[in-house]
Design a protein around this ligand. Structure first.
Ligand code: HEC
Length: 151
């Protein structure tokens, strides 16, 4: 009885670990085709991101030129920016933890970290919304970037 119980416990633990692991991976895949996710994402975007990245994802004026204080303006999230050059995972990490933590060095910048403000689900939703606005060609290139990147 106790042997079969402990075998059961081990199987249960393995199952939970395996399931969690899968969840962690699945949770960093954007869902640009899921209407309800995009709906949530567009609201998260309007409240949290539009003030800097623009209501139409157009970014700040002259976004490629450094500001007098040495920082960069907010880049667009539409096809003219470089958001789509980065994998789902990278975009998620930057949004959650901020740029400095991800590049691992001191780098003064204006991009907030959303770790304490948005849930993982909301971060995925807002990035899914952003991806949903890209033309099919850019979405396809981004899918390829994802399949090549395991970062
Ligand atoms: C206070 C202004 C501000 C807000 C609000 C803001 N950002 Fe940013 N964001 C920036 C700036 C500035 C950069 C560029 C920083 C740099 O490169 O020095 C940036 C960069 C980024 C990048 C990296 C883009 C790339 O191509 O490397 C992502 C992704 C991003 N922001 C997502 C978001 C999301 C999602 C939100 C809302 C949840 C958001 N940002 C809200 C200012 C902001």
């Amino acid at each position: 009885m106790s042997v079969s119980l402990s075998i059961f416990t081990i199987i249960l633990i393995l199952f939970i670990l395996f399931k969690d692991n899968n969840f962690a991976q699945a949770s960093i895949a954007l869902m640009p085709e899921d209407k309800s996710v995009i709906n949530v994402g567009s609201k998260v975007y309007a409240v949290n991101c539009a003030s800097c990245h623009g209501i139409k994802l157009e970014g700040q004026k002259d976004w490629m030129s450094r500001l007098p204080n040495g920082m960069m303006p907010a880049p667009p999230h539409d096809k003219t920016g470089h958001t789509w050059h980065h994998s789902d995972k990278y975009l998620f990490m930057i949004t959650k933890y901020g740029i400095e933590k991800i590049i691992g060095e001191k780098y003064l910048n204006n991009m907030p970290a959303y770790e304490e403000i948005l849930s993982d689900k909301e971060i995925i939703a807002v990035l899914s919304y952003i991806k949903s606005t890209w033309p099919p060609r850019i979405k396809k290139i981004h899918d390829q970037i994802n399949s090549r990147s395991n970062k």
